[in-house]
Design a protein around this ligand. Structure first.
Ligand SMILES: Nc1ncnc2c1ncn2[C@@H]1O[C@H](COP(=O)(O)OP(=O)(O)OP(=O)(O)O)[C@@H](O)[C@H]1O
Length: 447
């Protein structure tokens, strides 16, 4: 651990040594005794963490020395210790920004001990706050999370900016793994609602009979088993953004209820009477073409017009190949960072293999392939042979046959289930998909 460096500036050697001895009892402190203001200024380059100064030094008085320290070290904590207990001096020094003012008496060393502890606590709080601010800034700054330079993705950036600056609803369409959720988050974290909740609900992952209570919440006793009141996702998102993923999976009955909530901007919890006022921005996503779903009678037209707001279309990765290498490098960097590892390099062959592949699983698949390649590589140099695509794992049955994305997905999942002895939780984690997707395919007999 780094020692906390304290300078004591005190011209009375006897008193200075008492303070130095007392503070030195703390093994975390490195205490240096200095006799004059000039000596202190000359030693500031040694970067002390805290300075205590005697108010009446032979060369500079406490205030002069404090001003000079602050001129070069605006954040360095300073405690003034003075023989005089004039309130006016104390107040004016504290107003100038001195961190504490102590009067020399029998208790000074104990007070100084406590004062330093308090100042250190404040310092660590400040550090924590600035770390949190930096973290929030990265969330705001979606250029760190959404990588790409293709014309398509640049247009998406433009739309995110526009959507974030307004309160318009947003509908995001794209194949699985194209980044619909990251775009939804970018809209939220870039908007004035950023400090409010972002609540994501995947409509495909909630059993039909639970959708209503999940979204609307319920009162105690609303149905058997409702032992206490539960707030629904609409309410949780109040003040922030509600992200309804796979909106195309919503049943017609629930669609009308959703429409009513959007029109009236209030809801009644199941089993309740009172209305709850709502204020959230709605962002929806789907891999389906909602306009087609309307034509087929699967999706209410009035709801469609309510939610469509600003449509953002995320093209599949195979239609924006210029983003593949940027994304691959981005994921490799993330991978090194997460594993506290050095950087990985892609050989020319490896690059070529990546840009030529059609990526049915889009960015999610690219991420998985690149991470696996990093593990397989030698000396942090990724060769073409280190890259295995999901469809390679299931190559034989695919030979010569054109398949839909769903069929591909089924084969990939099947292959993984075999590999991991039907451990659904592990497979869902490995493939970065919801467990419900696997369970559903099992229920429908596809797996
Ligand atoms: N442009 C991008 N830059 C960097 N990472 C991205 C980008 N787009 C997506 N990702 C990453 O790819 C993965 C899949 O993205 P996301 O979950 O947003 O896709 P999705 O379209 O919502 O998928 P699904 O339809 O299956 O829910 C995530 O790990 C995400 O962080």
């Amino acid at each position: 651990m780094l020692l906390f460096k304290i300078f004591i500036v005190e011209d009375d050697p006897w008193y200075g040594e008492i303070l130095q001895y007392h503070l030195g009892l703390n093994p975390d402190y490195e205490v240096t005794l200095l006799k004059t203001g000039k000596e202190c200024l000359a030693q500031l380059s040694k970067k002390p963490d805290l300075v205590t100064i005697d108010f009446s030094l032979p060369d500079l008085n406490g205030e002069e020395l404090f001003r000079k320290i602050r001129a070069t070290q605006p954040h360095l904590p300073v405690i003034v210790i003075s023989a005089q207990d004039k309130i006016t001096t104390a107040v004016s020094l504290l107003k100038l920004g001195v961190d504490d003012y102590l009067v020399k008496d029998d208790h000074t060393k104990e007070l100084l001990w406590k004062s330093i502890i308090r100042i250190r606590e404040n310092l660590s709080l400040k550090e924590e706050i600035s770390e949190l601010k930096a973290e929030l800034k990265t969330k705001y700054d979606y250029s760190n999370t959404i990588v790409g330079n293709s014309a398509a993705i640049r247009q998406v950036f433009r739309l995110i900016d526009k959507a974030a600056a307004s309160t318009i609803n947003v509908s995001i369409t794209g194949e699985t793994g194209t980044g619909k959720e990251v775009v939804a988050k970018a809209v939220h974290y870039h908007s004035p609602r950023a400090s409010q909740p972002f609540v994501a609900v995947n409509m495909a992952a909630i059993p039909k009979e639970l959708v209503e209570s999940e979204l609307f919440g319920y009162e105690k006793g609303a149905f058997t088993g409702a032992q206490q009141r539960k707030t629904g996702k609409f309410e949780e998102a109040n003040g922030g953004t509600l992200f309804l993923d796979e909106i195309g999976e919503l049943e017609l009955g629930i669609q009308s209820k959703l429409l009513r909530v959007l029109q009236e901007k209030e809801l009644t919890r199941l089993g309740g009477n009172g209305k709850v006022k709502l204020d959230f921005r709605l962002v929806v996503a789907t891999h389906k073409n909602l306009a087609d779903e309307v034509r087929k009678g699967h999706f209410r037209e009035d709801l469609y017009y309510r939610i469509v707001g600003m449509p953002i279309v995320l093209p599949p990765l195979r239609e924006r190949r210029e983003d593949i290498l940027l994304l691959a490098q981005h994921f490799l960097k993330l991978y090194s960072k997460e594993n506290k590892d050095t950087e990985y390099k892609l050989s020319a062959d490896a690059r070529q293999k990546l840009v030529q592949y059609p990526f049915p699983g889009n960015i999610r698949e690219l991420k998985a392939a690149v991470e696996l390649a990093a593990v397989m590589s030698e000396h942090h140099q990724i060769e073409a042979a280190d890259i295995t695509f999901m469809s390679d794992l299931t190559k034989d049955p695919l030979e010569g046959k054109e398949m839909t994305l769903r069929e591909y997905t089924r084969l990939i999942i099947k292959n993984y289930l075999e590999k991991y002895q039907d451990n659904v939780v592990l497979v869902a984690e490995k493939l970065d998909i919801g467990r419900s997707t696997i369970y559903k395919m099992m229920q429908t007999g596809e797996l």
